[in-house]
Design a protein around this ligand. Structure first.
Ligand code: LLH
Ligand code: MG
Length: 382
C-alpha cells in the first residue's frame, strides 16, 4: 500500500460552547465555527480520517511537512511516519506541533482499522471492551444556576451520579471569573460535592493552573480531608521542581503532567524526579495514539497508573488497551449542556455511556468516530 493523497476539507460546525480568555470552555450562544476533516488516502482506496481545528492542518503544514513525509509511503508503517514527522518538528520553527502529529497518527490508525476491518483498540490489543468514566465538569463560571457556587457544583454532581458516573472531576473557578482564583472557594466546591455524593464516589480536582506552592499545598491539604483521589495541574507544570516539592508534601496523589510538551521523554523525567504519583498522557498532548501508548507503557514499567487527558474516540482507545488507566475522562460537562447530544458532523457520539458509568468501545472498523460525510460535504467552508 502507498499513501496517494492527503486531503483537508474545512467545514462549518455549529457549537454552543465558547472559549474564555484562559482557553477554557463554557456554555455560550449558538455559533458557527470551522472544523477540518483530515483524510489520508491509500492507493487501494482505503481512507483514514480525523477531525481537528483548521489551524492544525493548515495548508502550510500540509505542503511543507505532511505531504513530503506521507506521500508514496506505506500507511501501515505508522512508527516510521511518526518518527519522520517528529524529527521535522525541530526544524519547523515550532510550527509543526504535537497536535498535528496527533491527527496524522490517528488518521493512520483509522486507515489501518478500515483496511483490516477491525476496531483499532482490538488491532492494538484490547484490555477491555468498556471503560469506567469519570464526569469531567467544566471550569466554574458566573452564570446563574450554572457552576457559579459550591451548591451549584453539589447539585450537578448529584445529577451526574444519578446518570451513572462513579467518579467526578471538578474544574473550579479560574480567571476571567472576577473573584478567582480562590483556594477557599475551591475547597468549598469540593466539600459541597463530597457532601452531595457521599463517600463512595471517586472525586478529583483540576483547579487554577498557576497557584503558588503554598496555595497548592493548602488546597491539597483540604482535599485530603475530603478523601479526594488526585489533585491535578494546580501549579504551572513548567516548574517540575514545584511538583517534586508538592508531591513530597502531600499524601493525596499528584497527577501530571497534562499540558507540558516533551511527549513521553518529558514524562519520563517527571517519573524519575518523583514529580507525580500518577502520570498523565493524552493523544493531543503527546502526538497521537502511538506516543500515548508509549507513555502508558513507561508508567506501567514504574508500577504507576497513567490517566488519559481528554475525551473522544482516540483517547478512549488508549484507556481501553491499558490496564494502568483507571478512567476515561468524559466531558467537559455543564448543567446547561447535553453531552449526549451528537455533534452535527457525526452520526453517533464516540463515547456512549451506560447507566452504570461504563463507556463502550465502537465495534466498527477504525478509530470509532462515526463521521457524517454527507453533512461535511454539504457544509464545506473555504
Ligand atoms: O482547556 C483545558 O485546560 C482542558 O481542556 C481542560 O479544560 C480539561 O480538558 C482538563 O484539564 N482535563 O484534565
Ligand atoms: Mg486537566
Amino acid at each position: 500500500m502507498k499513501i496517494v493523497d492527503v486531503k483537508v476539507r474545512r467545514f462549518w460546525h455549529t457549537t454552543n460552547e465558547e472559549i474564555d480568555s484562559d482557553g477554557h470552555a463554557h456554555p455560550g450562544p449558538e455559533r458557527k465555527i470551522k472544523k477540518a476533516l483530515l483524510t489520508l488516502v491509500a492507493d487501494d482506496g482505503t481512507e483514514g480520517h480525523t477531525v481537528t481545528s483548521p489551524e492544525i492542518v493548515r495548508p502550510y503544514l500540509v505542503d511543507a511537512y505532511l505531504k513530503p513525509v506521507l506521500l508514496g509511503k506505506d500507511p501501515m508503517n505508522r512508527e516510521a511516519l511518526w518518527q519522520d514527522l517528529a524529527h521535522w518538528q525541530r526544524g519547523s520553527s515550532m510550527q509543526l506541533t504535537d497536535r498535528t502529529l496527533a491527527v496524522v497518527d490517528i488518521a493512520l490508525w483509522d486507515l489501518a482499522g478500515n483496511k483490516l476491518g477491525m476496531p483499532v483498540y482490538k488491532l492494538i490489543g484490547g484490555y477491555r471492551d468498556k471503560v469506567p468514566a469519570y464526569g469531567s465538569i467544566m471550569c466554574g463560571d458566573e452564570i446563574e444556576g450554572g457552576l457559579a457556587t459550591p451548591e451549584d457544583y453539589g447539585r450537578f454532581a448529584e445529577k451526574l451520579v444519578k446518570r451513572g458516573y462513579k467518579a467526578i472531576k471538578l474544574h473550579t473557578w479560574m480567571p476571567p471569573v472576577s473573584w478567582s482564583p480562590n483556594v477557599d472557594m475551591d475547597i468549598k466546591a469540593c466539600a459541597a460535592v463530597r457532601e452531595a455524593v457521599g463517600p463512595d464516589i471517586d472525586l478529583m480536582l483540576d483547579a487554577y493552573h498557576w497557584y503558588s506552592r503554598t496555595d497548592a499545598l493548602k488546597l491539597g491539604r483540604g482535599l485530603e480531608k475530603l478523601n479526594f483521589t488526585w489533585i491535578e495541574e494546580v501549579i504551572d507544570e513548567q516548574s517540575m521542581a514545584s511538583y517534586v516539592w508538592l508531591t513530597e508534601q502531600l499524601d493525596i496523589p499528584v497527577i501530571g503532567p497534562e499540558s507540558m510538551g516533551g511527549k513521553y521523554f518529558h514524562r519520563a523525567e517527571w517519573i524519575t524526579a518523583k514529580a507525580c504519583d500518577i502520570l498523565r498522557t493524552g493523544v493531543d498532548d503527546v502526538g497521537g495514539i502511538s506516543p500515548a501508548l508509549k507513555t502508558m507503557h513507561l508508567a506501567e514499567s514504574f508500577g504507576m497508573n497513567c490517566e488519559v487527558h481528554g475525551h473522544g474516540a482516540a483517547n478512549l482507545i488508549v484507556a481501553a488497551v491499558s490496564k494502568n488507566a483507571r478512567w476515561y475522562e468524559r466531558g467537559l460537562l455543564h448543567p446547561f449542556l447535553e453531552y449526549d447530544d451528537c455533534e452535527d458532523y457525526l452520526h453517533a457520539i464516540p463515547d456512549p455511556m451506560d447507566d452504570e458509568g461504563f463507556v463502550h468501545l465502537s465495534q466498527k472498523p477504525g478509530v470509532g468516530e462515526d463521521f457524517n460525510f454527507d453533512y461535511i460535504n454539504d457544509n464545506l467552508a473555504d
